[in-house]
Design a protein around this ligand. Structure first.
Ligand SMILES: NC(=O)c1ccc[n+]([C@@H]2O[C@H](COP(=O)([O-])OP(=O)(O)OC[C@H]3O[C@@H](n4cnc5c(N)ncnc54)[C@H](O)[C@@H]3O)[C@@H](O)[C@H]2O)c1
Ligand SMILES: O=c1ccn([C@@H]2O[C@H](COP(=O)(O)OP(=O)(O)O[C@H]3O[C@H](CO)[C@@H](O)[C@H](O)[C@H]3O)[C@@H](O)[C@H]2O)c(=O)[nH]1
Length: 429
């Protein structure tokens, strides 16, 4: 099939490379010329396992990128993979989606045969049919349903495992308003669906939009509940990991997403939970449980620093922050809890020296005044205390020899020889 993908960031690039891998002919339409050049040169513009080799294998044959929206006219389907950020008040900001839909609609004005526009970005119920579709209709001059159709196909991939998640998904969701649109999506995803004998979840557009938010709200709230239970465990002097490992043996609960500690960050959970809270309020519903999930999450960085302050006077102390990315396996620092920890530490007068295996350059522009080390040993040298903010595997078995005082407060449960330390405190154990 001939597919165009508008927006070539984390999602658009991954989806494009994977669809090319599945045998489709794919073009990325992207406004950033560096990204376009990178894909056409066969190089991955982002750090994701399995992406580089797929782009290298297909660039110039089944995969290309362009800044020119006219390329969509040579395709049957367009996926919108544009950012849907959070406004200052927490609500969903659709300005980029609207601009993308305008450009796409204009390009489709001179296309003769049928075209399916699929929203893959995370958008609140009603956005595809009530915001995107009218723009496409106005700009193309083609009524929806008479040559142009819209559909919604939410994406559940995670940073760090994006390629594998796309190619081997737990579920595939098609939100459509017609049998034709559903059939086109089934054909496009056929290699994935046939391999596992998976049936796609087929719904109307509005349900597909909400499935994505419900999914993220559920997972984020699960981690917040786990953190609340972890905080209670700590108050009782109990180990939350032992408790929750046992709880997770219940099939109804599952052992996944049970790691308590510093909480959830990243480009999705915070903005999506906030968009859903704002959207629910707009609909006249008070989402009290989601409010609480955010409050528990926002409290964890301060709790971590409070624990450290029980052992080390922070004013003027040299404190190592180990890990900056929002989770291991990615250089993404968007809404990373590590940054909140740094904010609290510096507000309380500590001198921060930070280390991360891949994410330092993404933090430096916003935090030019803290010190950076090129290894965990370097960060720990002469430190009066350390906090673990991201659970990178390389922090397991940490060497603390050079520390002024061997005080370690762990927000991610790394593997550490507690007997070698003056103080080891886990956030929830
Ligand atoms: N990152 C994830 O893990 C993930 C997973 C599932 C769903 N999502 C959702 O997918 C959407 C995209 O997320 P992302 O992380 O890929 O965003 P991103 O910021 O990494 O990428 C978006 C890309 O769109 C480009 N762009 C902006 N305006 C454009 C325009 N008018 N025309 C063409 N290109 C334009 C940007 O230059 C950028 O490269 C969001 O709605 C997000 O919530 C993200
Ligand atoms: O037991 C756990 C699991 C996760 N986290 C934290 O939760 C956040 C999110 O982690 P994860 O879900 O693995 O990463 P993302 O790449 O943000 O993926 C989420 O957000 C994406 C964008 O919407 C969705 O597509 C994915 O399905 C959804 O898992 C990170 O800060 C993790 O450190 C915990 O604290 N404890």
């Amino acid at each position: 099939m001939h597919v165009s993908i508008v927006g070539s960031g984390y999602v658009g690039t991954t989806v494009a490379a994977c669809l090319a891998d599945l045998g489709h002919d794919v073009v990325n339409v992207e406004i950033d010329e560096d990204i376009v050049a990178s894909i056409n040169a066969g190089e991955a513009p982002i750090h994701e396992s399995g992406l580089e080799e797929r782009i290298a294998a297909h660039a110039g044959t089944r995969l290309r990128a362009t800044t020119d929206y006219d390329a969509v006219r040579e395709t049957d389907v367009t996926f919108l993979c544009l950012p849907t950020p959070q406004s200052d008040d927490g609500s969903l900001d659709l300005a980029i989606m609207e601009a993308g839909a305008e450009s796409l609609g204009r390009a489709l004005a001179s296309k003769d045969d049928d075209h399916l526009v699929v929203v893959k970005s995370t958008v609140l119920p009603g956005t595809t049919e009530d915001v995107v579709a009218p723009i496409l209709e106005a700009e193309s001059g083609t009524p929806i349903g008479e040559g142009i159709e819209v559909a919604m196909n939410p994406e559940f991939l995670r940073m760090g495992t994006a390629v594998q998640d796309f190619l081997e998904p737990d579920k595939v969701v098609f939100g459509t308003a017609s049998d034709d649109a559903a059939a086109t999506l089934r054909e496009l995803y056929a290699p994935i669906l046939e391999r596992d004998g998976t049936d796609p979840v087929e719904t109307d557009v509005r349900e597909a939009e909400l499935i994505k938010y419900a999914n993220n709200a559920f997972l984020a709230s699960k981690v917040s509940l786990v953190n609340e239970l972890g905080n209670v465990a700590k108050a009782y002097g109990a180990d939350a990991y032992e408790v929750l490992e046992a709880v997770g043996l219940d099939d109804r609960i599952s052992e996944r997403f049970m790691r308590s500690g510093l909480g959830w960050g990243g480009s999705c959970f915070p903005k999506d939970v906030n968009a859903l809270r704002a959207g629910a309020r707009e609909q006249g519903y008070e989402p009290e449980l989601l409010d609480a999930a955010v409050a528990v999450n926002d409290g964890q960085p301060r709790r971590l620093v409070d624990l450290l302050a029980d052992h080390v006077p922070l004013e003027g102390a040299r404190i190592a922050v180990l890990g900056l990315s929002f989770k291991p396996g990615t250089d993404d620092v968007r809404k990373s809890r590590a940054l909140d920890v740094i904010d609290v530490l510096t507000a309380r007068g500590a001198d921060v020296v930070a280390y991360d295996p891949v994410a330092i350059e993404n933090v430096r522009p916003d935090y030019p005044d803290i010190e950076y080390a090129d290894s965990s040993e370097g960060a720990l040298t002469d430190a009066d205390g350390a906090v673990v903010a991201t659970g990178w595997p390389e922090f397991d078995g940490l060497s603390v020899d050079g520390m002024a005082r061997t005080v370690v407060v762990d927000g991610r449960r790394i593997d550490v020889d507690e007997d070698a330390l003056e103080v080891y405190e886990g956030l929830t154990w």
